[in-house]
Design a protein around this ligand. Structure first.
Ligand code: GLA
Length: 389
């Protein structure tokens, strides 16, 4: 994308923040967003790197203004967006909004089809920092290719001259990882996530190359399964987006939440919290603020882990590994609902390791000394994450 490599380029590392959708759906207002902004600071989320506050479906009115501009919902945001942006900026955070490349958003609010220039200018005038752009919205828009629809908005945003992070949300439709990287700072690769490892409520596609990408209800493990095929397309400033985090949402065990967070981080997905900050605490908050895991995501090298099928046991144990600026990372995941013994030799990981190396496990924080293999027992759905010197 033009301008992608600048002194401090947007999307240089995967973006981090909070988004309203997973917890609030479209039911939030000015008061809730003020609370959320304060909590992002007081819970230490901002300090951990989560600096984008993202208003998904629900912020906008059902109608455009008489002049044809987007406007905030007049009941839930009576002062409009600009004062909110100013307040959020004053707290050291950035603000993002949601729109759609069709005539309507998924929630039947105005989409930007045919209004791209006008809407980009509105966003810039309001001081918005982030634009999530969805793929719903009516037959007429669907007769145009996603490349055209999403590029039109990308160009409109660039023309404003404002740094607006462009988060494409077209669910992996027509395999955007093959579009040559010329797509937003990040782009979704699957239908919407659900807070589960096993119970999918939709999501007919279990692999990345499937024509019916499914629109919602994808489990954490399904999304991870698709990344086996496409982690090789992960690219700086055009990050494959595995969807918002479900850590702290629903009933996932601690090990499930750790596994979910570790893979999103190490695969270089944007890290966007979906839990309600007013209820976020305890272990879930600790997981989200784990600096060692976050540092995998924000590593300057920008390379994801890859699935090493030959080092695991299909259907039972998954092994993923990759390079960091300093050293390597190895992940061993028990994908079963019962404990399993594992034995993984580091020389089998395509990392060029042929002698014992110093290893630290990041969830426990414990040093394992110099190792040439991982021999241990993993609990149900547990992932151990090793940083190798
Ligand atoms: C789609 C997107 C979600 C969310 C909703 C809002 O499902 O994929 O992330 O933005 O729309 O309606």
């Amino acid at each position: 994308m033009a301008g992608a490599i600048a002194a401090n380029p947007l999307g240089n590392t995967p973006q981090m923040g909070f988004n309203t959708w997973n917890s609030f759906k479209a039911n939030y207002d000015h008061d809730i967003i003020h609370d959320v902004a304060s909590l992002m600071v007081s819970l230490g989320l901002k300090e951990a790197g989560y600096n984008y506050l993202l208003l998904d479906e629900g912020w906008s009115d059902m109608e455009r203004t008489e002049e044809g501009s987007l406007q905030a919902n007049r009941t839930s945001f009576p002062d409009g967006i600009k004062p909110l942006v100013n307040r959020v900026h004053g707290m050291g955070l950035k603000l993002g909004l949601y729109g759609d490349s069709g005539i309507l958003t998924c929630g039947f609010r105005p989409g930007s089809w045919g209004y791209e220039e006008r809407d980009a200018i509105t966003l810039a005038e309001w001081g918005v920092d982030y634009w999530k752009y969805d793929n719903c919205g009516g037959f007429q828009a669907m007769t145009h290719t996603p490349q055209e629809r999403f590029m039109t908005m990308q160009n409109a945003l660039l023309r404003t001259g404002r740094d607006i992070l462009y988060s494409v949300c077209e669910w992996g439709f027509q395999f955007p990882w093959h579009w040559g990287g010329n797509i937003g700072h990040s782009y979704r690769m699957s239908g919407d996530i659900t807070a589960s490892f096993t119970n999918e409520t939709g999501c007919p596609c279990k692999t990345a190359y499937c024509l019916n990408t499914g629109y919602a209800g994808c489990s954490v493990t399904s999304i991870l399964r698709k990344m086996r095929e496409i982690s090789v397309y992960q690219e700086r400033s055009h990050w494959l987006d595995m969807d918002m985090l479900e850590v702290g949402v629903g009933n996932m065990t601690i090990y499930m939440q750790q596994t979910h967070f570790a893979f999103w981080a190490a695969l270089k997905s944007p890290l966007i919290i979906g839990a309600d900050p007013r209820e976020l605490g305890g272990v879930s908050l600790e997981i989200l603020k784990n600096r060692d895991i976050i540092s995998l995501n924000q590593d300057p090298l920008g390379l994801p882990v890859h699935f090493i099928g030959s080092a695991g046991v299909e259907g039972f144990i998954q092994v993923w590994a990759g390079e960091l600026e300093a050293g390597n990372v190895v992940m061993v995941f028990n994908e079963k609902s019962y404990p399993q013994d594992v034995s993984v030799s580091l020389k089998d990981l395509n990392l060029g390791i042929d002698h014992p190396v110093r290893a630290r496990e990041l969830w426990s924080g414990e040093s394992w000394g110099k190792i040439s293999s991982v021999e241990t027992t993993l609990e149900a759905y547990q992932t151990l994450v090793f940083r190798l010197a």
